[in-house]
Design a protein around this ligand. Structure first.
Ligand code: FES
Ligand code: FES
Length: 155
């Protein structure tokens, strides 16, 4: 079996993989990073979003082999030195979640949005989140959380 090597949350990992292994399954089953969720079989829900070389990607639409040599960040890699990332803190503070299933993907997508657009308006946030489905919250608090986090990330 081929070997893939990538940097995941700052640590280099190498594993032999079946070439058909999806990136999301590699992260969850091989590396035990189960914060990245699988919510659909159709690439619609966004629960599996991670950062690949700094931009958000659905980890269920990519093979682990396609991430060979890439830098991957998962939800487990966002908090630093025991401190939540401002986006995680804002979701907590503004109650941007209920069951939490969609939350890792929402947070990873939102961080990418704010890196591209440091001051997104409500319409821009809602448009960006089209690829992320939440079955619980109605999005109102999620949007509020992202706009507050954007302010904190601008400093
Ligand atoms: S699990 Fe990837 S989009 Fe739903
Ligand atoms: S908080 Fe339950 S799916 Fe979004």
């Amino acid at each position: 079996m081929p070997t893939v090597t990538m940097t995941v949350n700052g640590q280099q990992v190498s594993r032999e993989v079946d070439p058909r292994t999806l990136l999301v399954d590699f992260l969850r089953n091989e590396l035990h990073l189960t914060g990245t969720h699988v919510g659909c079989d159709t690439s619609q829900c966004g629960a599996c979003v991670v950062h690949v070389d700094g931009t958000s990607q659905k980890a269920c639409t990519m093979l682990a082999m396609q991430a060979d040599g890439c830098e991957i960040t998962t939800i487990e890699g966002l908090a630093k030195n025991g401190e939540l990332h401002p986006m995680q803190a804002a979701f907590k503070e503004h109650h941007g979640l209920q069951c939490g299933f969609c939350t890792p993907g929402m947070v990873m997508s939102a961080v990418d949005l704010v890196q591209r657009n440091p001051d997104p308006n409500e319409h821009e946030v809602r448009e960006w989140l089209e690829g992320n489905i939440c079955r619980c919250t109605g999005y109102h608090n999620i949007v509020k959380a992202i706009q507050h986090a954007a302010k904190d990330m601008r400093g």
